[in-house]
Write a protein that binds this ligand. Sequence first.
Ligand code: SER
Ligand code: ZN
Length: 494
Amino acid sequence: MDISSAPPAPTITHRGDYLPPEWLVPEVSLDFALGLESTVVKAALQVRRNGASPTIRLKGDALKAEAVTVDGVPTNAWRMDDGDLLVDLPGEAHEIGIETRIAPAANTQLMGLYASNGMLCTQCEAEGFRRITFFPDRPDVLSTYRVRMSGDKALFPVLLANGNCTARGEGESGAHWAEWHDPWPKPSYLFALVAGDLVANHDTFTTCSGRTVDLNIWVREGDQDRTGHAMQALKHSMKWDEETFGREYDLDLFNVVAVSDFNMGAMENKGLNVFNTRYILADPDTATDADYDGIESVVAHEYFHNWSGNRVTCRDWFQLSLKEGFTVLRDQLFSQDMGSAAVKRIEDVRVLRAAQFPEDSGPLAHPIRPDSYQEISNFYTATVYNKGAEVIRMMRTLVGPERFRAGCDLYFARHDGEAATCEDFVKAIEDGAGIDLAQFRLWYAQAGTPKVTAHLDHEDNVATLTLRQDVPATPGQAEKQPMVIPLQLALFDS
Ligand code: SER
Ligand code: ZN
């Protein structure tokens, strides 16, 4: 092989290399001049020094900086490095202004801002925000966002972003604009914007403290009649999370948008969830029971992320199961309560066996908290999601629902507004539920499906159960230790 033509060695990110961000970004303002072919983004980042570096690295993916200012003054103290924008900053706190021009209609990756069927929408998890503007695009940089967008009113009659709409008005030659403010600090992966010709199924929900929340499910004209089940699921989810986990919704508005081109099932952007239409639209003539159940659980899943994911987010992407494993468990418990608990449990175990067991015994086996990655989008796996949910379910089984709830309450109280780790979660369950999980933590580090062999002996009215556990070798993990598995047992007479 000719070395000179070999592709560059892939960059591997290691969990152990984590360092806190050099610069924080407490506030972000974004101004979008919207167009399907071309959108101009003006970003203003309030940055604050958090380390020793005099240079801020703003991640970029296929972006070009058209203009850069520091504290409102055009500057040349910037350079490009491997697609990123590096800006030299003399002081402790500055405002960086950056103008970029992006091409939504040409964005076929469906990451960042893209066009779908004449509308504009975003997908930023995990690393899509850097395709919109230059930014320290990592989940432990939390910012409050102000968004202004303007565009052609006929093309984009509805303009949505995270949080609450604070102002709107008419512009020149058929344009209009809207301003949005999200008061809750969030990582860039939860940013969202939608602009298009949409209609809403509108309803309200009154929270446990008596606040009225406006609910909208936005779809194409003609699809409103197919949103009833999703709206019911949303209202049931909001009530269930109050009753079961003590979690109340925290904005006056909750928007859901169904789009036809979407990479994932759905996305939990703060106050503006975006869904693949298949998880919103259903009508009795064509939808199956499984379709209805899928809608209910995905609507619940994204809503539950408002606390497990958004209010408490991940420090880095190695912690993905912190939000995904926990939120899958929460949506599973919700569906168990909405229908038949036994049937739901059988279905979830079937999914685990069909999708996760093969992953865990194959060449791509990885622990629920991986140690390294080349490309984080490849880690949205059945292991991180479904095995992650089973691991947290085992903690719940070990301590029972009441003590588990006490542990979860402590987790939310300790880490609200923070970017946390899987270890933070286990520690909160340990402290809040009063249990030692030292050995149990191996579940986060070891891959592979343990095999448990059970042998029951009866003699002189004594039953003896002997258990043996084998954890198979997986790539990179030859030697394994046995792991704690709670076991429920019942003996029946004749
Ligand atoms: N964060 C998204 C979800 O799991 C990605 O699909 O809900
Ligand atoms: Zn999720």
